[in-house]
Ligand binder design. Structure first.
Ligand code: PEP
Ligand code: MG
Length: 578
């Protein structure tokens, strides 16, 4: 039994097929000054060939399966065209008088060191995109080709040192039923794609290619990260049973997709998705999501040398709005700073990043970054149902400052004859205790609230959400949180605006009766969580949920609320699929 990182759920049972995707070995050597120009030319040609390859893969995939998931290839094309990789390598060939392979390797090492120092896992993983592009160029330089994954024969589980997103995109699910890699993390693009394409996958299993051999019978459990090698009959039967049960559950939950998100007494709630990439839209729709409740735009700003300009952002927002139509999309403005790091913003090191210059504070300080984002979102609003909201608002003065800027940007657009939705709804994240305490005042300023419980819990309970030593104290059901949620919903409804919630708590089926009873109008969560939440919702009654909340609010500790809820859920919804 081997253990890796669970990257994409599902169980695959089959034959291992180890494919050689090991790194190319590179030797650095000097080149005579007279040959430097030719060396630069060789490098530029290799970059051109990689560009041709990627474009070819993209057009083939587009013709075969449509544009779904192809954004990663665009990202790689952008990295290729970006000055950071090519420019630095060319400069290095010229200044150090070394061969192109050596110079590229040096550039890649510098990037790796830079990214390794980053704490945030998602950001750290973006380094792998640069490496994958670099590796492709190296292969062209040294003339080593790879077996294309789409030519793999039979039904196999691919074992590789690493798989590029292009590899994953090219997987034919009739032939490759899962994959395991030595490298990678949960948020690497290959893992994100595996989830979007629903291929069971395990990554970061460092010894996969050295331990497993082609022809081994293996079982991979993409939900737990376990790989069973040459299982005995009993283990084989056990996993076969689990696989069948998993597929049965998926089928049953899929049946919920088109059923309304409605309680037994006819109360409807909007169930939406938290997304970062347009490629997640098919999965969101497939799970029955009725819109995007949280489009985290920070991903557009990461893993790059230059910040995205207005046009690039507009294109990204527009493609999300078009892909999701006719459903609404709530776009959140940039929420970086703290542990979400964007190199080009030149943020200072801070002693207390979570309490530092982040989110809306940063946007208000950097108008030159904020205005193009506002313009891009407003322009996208002309093409569908768009709502715009702002992270980490602490009080009325702050949202007023934001609204002034929005009004100015709207005026500019009007003056330039650029269309946008004049009635675009503006909202705020409620994730700071001061926003909870002034929710009644804030409700008069905006069209909706969206509670970010991830941060609200951290700030209310003074628990760093990234500190594993404190995780036992990170309690969504703490009475302070339940009271805060009640105060926010009541303030929203008293002012006639929507109360939404988009923190992780929204996707936890066991919290659903509480959130329903508190009166939330919209829950937004990671797309795969939607069916289970909907299933519980369809068994609840609003009246009972309200009573349940009244009782839960009397309890003095999170532990007591938790056992009370567990009791209620197993008494009323025990036949739920999990
Ligand atoms: C939250 O804080 O709950 C939230 C949804 O925002 P993020 O996780 O992006 O900080
Ligand atoms: Mg937050």
């Amino acid at each position: 039994m081997l253990q890796g990182i669970a990257a994409s759920p599902g169980i695959a049972i089959g034959m291992a097929r180890v494919t050689d995707r090991s790194r190319v070995a590179v030797v650095e050597h000097p080149v005579p000054p007279g040959d430097v120009d030719a060396e630069v030319e060789r490098f530029i040609q290799a970059v051109g060939s990689v560009r041709d390859d990627l474009r070819l893969i993209k057009s083939q995939l587009e013709a075969e399966r449509g544009p779904e998931h192809l954004y990663v290839l665009d990202t790689h094309l952008m990295i290729l065209d970006d000055d950071m990789l090519s420019g630095q390598t060319v400069a290095c060939i010229e200044s150090a008088c070394i061969n192109a392979e050596g110079a590229l390797k040096r550039t890649l090492v510098r990037y790796r060191q830079f990214f390794e120092a980053i704490e945030d896992e998602y950001l750290r993983e973006r380094a792998s995109d640069v490496e994958i592009v670099g590796e492709r160029i190296l292969r062209h330089l040294v003339g080593v080709t790879q077996e294309p994954l789409q030519e793999v024969e039979g039904k196999v589980i691919v074992i590789a040192h690493d798989l590029s997103p292009a590899d994953v995109l090219q997987i034919d699910k009739n032939r490759v039923i899962g994959f395991v890699t030595d490298l990678g993390g949960k948020t690497s693009h290959s893992a994100i794609l595996a989830r979007a394409m629903e291929i069971p996958a395990i990554v970061g299993l460092e010894t996969a290619t050295s331990t497993l051999k082609s022809g081994d019978r293996i079982i991979i459990d993409g939900a737990s990260g376990a790989v069973v090698v040459n299982p005995d009959d009993a283990t084989f039967r056990e996993y076969l049973g689990r696989k069948q049960y998993y597929e049965y559950c998926e089928r049953e939950l899929a049946k919920l997709r088109d059923l309304p998100a409605e309680t037994v007494d006819g109360h409807r709630i909007a169930l939406k998705g938290n997304v970062e990439f347009v490629e997640e839209v098919p999965s969101l729709k497939g799970h029955g999501g009725e819109g995007v409740g949280l489009f985290r735009t920070e991903m557009l700003f990461m893993n790059r040398g230059e910040l995205p300009g207005e046009e690039e952002q507009f294109a990204a927002y527009l493609s999300m709005v078009r892909a999701m139509a006719p459903h609404p999309v709530s776009i959140r403005t940039l929420d970086v700073g703290g542990d979400k790091f964007v190199p080009d913003l030149n943020l200072d090191d801070e002693l207390n990043p979570a309490l530092g210059l982040r989110a809306i504070r940063l946007s208000l300080r950097n108008e030159e970054t904020f205005r193009p984002q506002l313009r891009a979102i407003l322009r996208a609003s002309a093409f569908g149902q768009v709502r715009m909201f702002f992270p980490m608002i602490s009080g009325v003065a702050e949202i007023r400052a934001v609204k002034r800027l929005v009004a100015e940007v709207k005026e500019e657009l009007r003056a330039g004859g650029v269309p946008f939705d004049e009635k675009i709804k503006l909202g705020i994240m409620i994730e700071i205790p001061s926003a909870v305490l002034t929710a009644d005042l804030l409700a008069g300023e905006v069209d909706f609230f969206s509670v970010g419980t991830n941060d609200l819990i951290q700030y209310t309970l003074a628990i760093d959400r990234t500190n594993e030593h404190l995780s036992h104290l990170y309690e969504p059901l703490h009475p302070a949180i339940l009271r805060s949620l009640r105060q926010v919903v009541d303030a929203a409804h008293a002012a006639g605006i929507d109360a939404c919630i988009c923190g992780e708590m929204a996707g936890d089926p066991s919290c659903l009766p509480i959130l329903l009873g508190l009166g939330f109008d919209e829950l937004s969560m990671s797309p795969p969580s939607i069916p289970r939440v909907k299933q519980i919702l369809r068994r609840c009654s609003l009246a009972e949920a309200k009573e349940l909340v009244a009782r839960a609010l009397q309890l003095p500790t999170a532990g007591q609320v938790d056992s009370f809820l567990r009791g209620e859920i197993s008494a009323h919804y025990s036949d739920s699929i999990d």
